[in-house]
Design a protein around this ligand. Sequence first.
Ligand code: GLN
Ligand code: ZN
Length: 761
Amino acid sequence: MLTVTTIGYPRIGKNRELKKAAERYFQGSVTADELLQEGKNLRWQHWQKQHEKGIQSVPSNDFSYYDTLLDTAFLFGMIPERFRSLPQDPIIRTFAMARGYEKNGHKAKALAMKKWFTTNYHYMVPEVDDSSTIGLMGHKPLTEFKEALAYGFHTRPVLPGPYTLLRLTRFSGKTSAQTIAAPLIEAYRKLIRALGAAGATWVQLDEPCLVTDVSEEDQAFFISLYESLADPDAGVSLQLQTYFGDASPLLKTLYALPVQGIGLDFVEGISTITSLEQEGFPEDKILTAGIINGRNIWRNNYQKSLALLRRIAAIVSSDRLVLAPSCSLLHLPYSLGPETDLSPETLGALAFAEEKLEELTEIATLFGEDKAEFHPLFLQNQQRLEQAARIPGRVLPDVRRKTEPLKGQGFRRFPDEATRRASQSQRLKLPLFPCTTIGSFPQTADIRSRRRAFKNGDISMEEYTSFIQQRIRDTILLQESMGLDVLVHGEFERNDMVEFFGEQLEGFLFTKNGWVQSYGTRCVKPPVLLGDVNRPRPMTVDTWQFAQNCTEKPVKGMLTGPVTILNWSFVREDISQQDCLFQLALAIRDEVLDLEARGCAIIQIDEAALREKLPLKKNQWESYLTAAVNAFRLCHDGVRPDTQIHTHMCYSEFGDILDAIDTLDADVITIEASRSALSLVDQLRQHPYPRDIGPGVYDIHSPQVPDKNEILHTLQVLLDVIDPKRLWVNPDCGLKTRREEEVNAALRAMVTAAHELRQDF
Ligand code: GLN
Ligand code: ZN
């Protein structure tokens, strides 16, 4: 039988035990020892579970109390100066690097956090300044290897590989990836030798950066790293693991490296199989073949996987072939066990981490059978897939009738922006530097507990609605008193900007316990797009109307865009993403038109997540952006010229997709800017943006309340690169996460600054 492995497992705990323990530790209600004990329990559970499900080769060091990249940075001494005076204890230091530190006169800002490739996981960005001495400073992988061994599990320690680590590191001083490469590789060698001495036979080095664009120079650097890493005396084989796409362009390079195993992704790397057939595979290496999707929740199709596997096995003999998921299972919920409300058909359609383990061993079993097609496991799989296809709502003929004619079409709103702008300004009569916010207002404990009570049926719909309305009225009055020009209703009725819409649209499934780690102790429960999307009734119109009735000033209609809804959900694989996008766009389009018909003059369609799913290879950007832009344009191509369409994006690196943002054809964009120290200004200098724009003028993430002069200064800086007639004044996004006092003081300062600025024009 083929060997079966995983290349990483979820670590937050089946019931988010790690999150809960860590948060209690942060609050001081459990000790560090208690937290460490919880970690130990979880590691044991995860090894045991994988072993129980038939996984022969199980990884270790895929566990982390916060983030594995952070652990690795710490392990190798990538510790910026500001953390050096803190207590040496790894748990205190790594949490300080993750979350910032302020205690006993020490103060240190956290490391930056970034999206992990195209997933919704965020890693801590390792930072190296000139004070760092790179070397082996810790022993976490070794300790966890020994811990597993003591339980009887002979594991394969996993580490981020040196190339990916260096590519993702931020160098804030004079040092660079090149200058620290030698001591870093020396540290890896030392660690690998120590692991070998402790009995490890394989070490896995994760190199997802290899599926991005790798220039020739980078390639040479990558090769040099691995050549100096090779250490025949260590007695340890190295498995170079790629995932999240195609490493095909580098296959020959990988084959020539002094590593003993190569891991390839045959799921997202759609041309991996043909490249393998063209290039063959070296006789002296092991192939870890990622053949089941490690980051989506659908049941595998055994027939297809077996066919793929047979093609692979024609190139690589089965003694050198290891079956695996396409990537770490970190991005999946734990198990379908708690999903007791789902129908048997739906359960049969899904596979979370535990079920993926079963799939792997079943595929390995079937592969060894002469007549796999008649095997009960095979037949059961086929039956599940057939039943899954018939789940009610998968195909809604009315929806298909509407989306079918849209294929291959582009959408365009008339008339052009300049003409629309004139009619909008006549209708809205906004002052120069109009002041607004991004949508949400603080979600107090009170609001959360009422929402929970309503969901649990403890309070009636009437009670809940009147509570929400009271909050809306107060918030409208508050915004008026502050002097804001374009108001929002505050989003108090929304728990999450995607879930809120998903719950009202047909086609979504919500799990009870489908938590996935987003960063550190934070988890999300992404909705599952299961069927065709349909909007049975308006979703936001009454709430908007209520808010608008409270004021003479315009209240923005507030919607989440189709691309963001898609990107923050588990997506279907039975129809194309393009088709899903059309369905979502049509639902949002109907909502836009209903808002407009009630008299809503400004509608904001948030595309917070548009950038984050940009493909890892640049040559695929265009097709992604075309589809995304097209979907957005479909949402608003039917509105009147004097209806103003806003969009919002939460990222600051936007210079490189500015053309695409412009082609969204929104009238106004608000964009996060202050959290990233206004790097937007440089980008706007290089690529002037031709429309109305509101860069966030203060960082809402900082507990420090900005004063008027700071904001005035920011506005002056922005005016260097933005036409005064086109500058909007708003904070960064995320007010819902702050306290009311902070928000009120900051917004008052912001409006005062805008008013002062108007005097000069
Ligand atoms: N309208 C949303 C809000 O203000 C936007 C959230 C976001 O930018 N992620 O909360
Ligand atoms: Zn945002």
